[in-house]
Design a protein around this ligand. Sequence first.
Ligand SMILES: *Cc1c(COP(=O)(O)O)cnc(C)c1O
Length: 385
Amino acid sequence: MSDAPTHTPVPQFDLAGQYASIREEAEAAVLKVMASGRFILGPEVEALERELAEYCGCANAVGMSSGTDALLAAMMALGIGPGDEVITTPYTFFATAGCIHRLGARPVFVDIEPASFNIDAGKIAGAITPRTRAIMPVHLYGQAAAMDAIREIAQRGNLPVIEDAAQAIGAEFNGRRTGSLGLVGCFSFYPTKNLGAAGDAGMVTTDDPRIAEALRRVRNHGMEPRYYHASVGGNFRLDAIQAAVLRVKFRRLEGWQQARRDVADRYRRLFAEAGLARESTNAGDGIVPPIELPHRRHVYHQFVIRAPRRDALRAHLATRGIGSEIYYPLALHQQECFKQLGYRQGDFPAAERAAAESLALPMYPELTPGQIEAVVAAIASFFRQ
Ligand SMILES: *Cc1c(COP(=O)(O)O)cnc(C)c1O
């Protein structure tokens, strides 16, 4: 591997590259919706729901206006509200806990397991109280949480499991796909997610037909029949144009998932060859590559390393035109808006350490071997200086 002075710029995301590969089909699909005049829900949304339910191995999928609204609608359909507690991870995108809070419930955080960045199942039982109404694991970065242990704890406490699968469509645990591992699964089609819309979109999956019915009511103001409201919902409906774009992309999804896995393999091989792979950030100059835990299929929404002097490394990469991002720089129990929850620094040391050490490298199906080499070479040059 050469550390050529001519640096190859590598952006953190490249949606333009993906668009070029689907342009004709996507534009035709959008124009078809325009001509149909069916802009909200309707046949495109229903077709997408059928395709994604099958993909996730679930009886039902209900399209939603975003991943955030999917989480909100799922909790509303389960009747979660004021005074309730929902157990989740402090190391995730804000929406996970934000939705719990918005319903008047309390997010109860449990620290993460360092290897996967996912909630530490062994610590969940200790967080259950008489007010606990649900457990909400997040399959962070595209790798499933420890769903066997989580389901067992949930069953013992008769608690529903709500999967935040926003980053993990197609990820598997013991051969079963996310969205079918809990009572409900919530997905985001934010443009940079593994399956991304041309705007906001989301989905909830469930095997339970009554919950599916409740989700369809909740996403449309609780209305059933027309203009009669036995309960209050919201406008969480999915647009037909988004569904049409998603259906075009869905046909490529498995190919893209494999391409992401190939990118991850190449990163790992190059880090090992360059002598940069470490088991811990205490082990000196080098980085800790992401780990695939047993019984899982990781779909690499993100390729997240740990690095000592993370912020300096990130700045070094930026000078060489290499994009990177920090998911997430501040754990949720330390956010200003959750001050009243009463958590303190030090409460969740693994999450706090992840916030200080994690760095997401460019990860998308279109990354070329040369670009991956450029990223690894730039990291190697940081530790040589
Ligand atoms: C993206 C994301 C969401 C929210 O999805 P939006 O479609 O952006 O509303 C929720 N949880 C996690 C873990 C996410 O990554």
